[in-house]
Design a protein around this ligand. Structure first.
Ligand code: ZN
Length: 307
């Protein structure tokens, strides 16, 4: 584990007692804001090397947690909302079957209400800080609670976080998506189920990206056999991806997808396009054909941006 994650490297600034989550996260963040305001201006500190006082500055750069926690810190509505994303303005549509909103890139036939879009993965309508702050102001200017609620629902914002007014903090890039849950707890497992042809109730048996069961038998066997040649410091035992996918942890998915899949899936897809446009020659493009959750679209947008 990285040293920065050890308890000796962590300075707790507040504790929120359970068992229920607080109604007002801001009330727990005010002491932090007060300190960060002071540190942005600068406080006198002692430099033991030069034996001099200097002005110490510190700034809040990012707030990193999973989506459920970050929505409270950022005062966004988050997953399940009509506008659930803090990075882009993609709109969700209501799924009667699942009784919640989801965010397809392409709307299904006759969707209600009509979806904005279709969206292009690489050209998602990104939010700006100015836009978010303006929307917060519009919500706060509403004269009634009902009007406040309507606008809050439309913008996917519950109110103003005290973190937004900390000097130097950007309310867009300050809440980056968290890699482990998005990619290795959600997107990668779903992608593999999609390639197996048993993703939810999607009938994908005729799709060109579905790998045949007999091939998955080989892939699973080779996955398990590979453990003999992987140093223990790299990863714990990787289960058989064909028969024991339910035993995979985020760590196992990460290792399998990054280090094993490029070899194991080589030549498994019949169409070249699944290999040709993706980072690292990986068959990511197959995921774009289906209604994957927002997190996947955004994280893949980020991945594509990096590459
Ligand atoms: Zn987004």
């Amino acid at each position: 584990m990285m040293d920065c994650m050890h308890i000796k490297s962590i300075i707790p600034f507040t504790l929120i007692p359970g068992p229920n989550q607080p109604k007002d996260f801001n009330s727990f963040l005010y002491p932090l804001k007060a300190n960060l305001d002071m540190l942005a201006t600068g406080i006198k500190a002692y430099d033991s090397v030069t034996n001099e006082l200097f002005l110490l500055h510190a700034y809040l750069m990012v707030v990193i947690r999973d989506m459920q926690a970050v929505k409270h810190f950022s005062w966004m509505k988050g997953p399940g909302a009509v506008q659930p994303c803090r990075l882009c303005t993609i709109k969700g549509i209501w799924s009667r079957a699942r009784q919640k909103h989801y965010v397809p890139l392409r709307p299904p036939e006759g969707s209600d209400p009509p979806l904005q879009g279709p969206y292009t993965l690489q050209l998602l309508p990104l939010c700006t800080e100015h836009q978010i702050l303006d929307q917060i102001q519009q919500i706060q200017d509403e004269p009634t609670a009902a009007a406040w609620d309507n606008l809050a629902k439309k913008f996917g914002i519950n109110g103003k976080s005290v973190l937004n007014s900390i000097p130097g903090f950007n309310c867009i890039v300050g809440y980056p998506h968290e890699y482990m849950h998005l990619l290795f707890e959600n997107i990668i497992p779903m992608l593999i189920y999609l390639w197996k042809g048993n993703f939810c109730n999607v009938n994908s048996s005729e799709q060109p990206y579905v790998i045949l069961p007999e091939q998955w038998e080989i892939i699973g066997h080779r996955t398990a056999q590979s453990n003999h040649y992987i140093p223990a410091s790299f990863s714990r035992i990787i289960p058989n991806i064909n028969t024991d996918q339910n035993l995979f942890t985020a760590e196992a998915y990460a290792f399998w997808f990054v280090h094993m899949a490029p070899t194991l899936l080589q030549g498994q897809f019949t169409e070249e396009r699944y290999y040709s446009t993706s980072p690292g020659n990986m068959p990511h493009q197959a995921m774009c054909h289906w209604h994957l959750p927002l997190s996947g679209q955004c994280i893949m947008y980020i991945v594509y941006s990096i590459y």
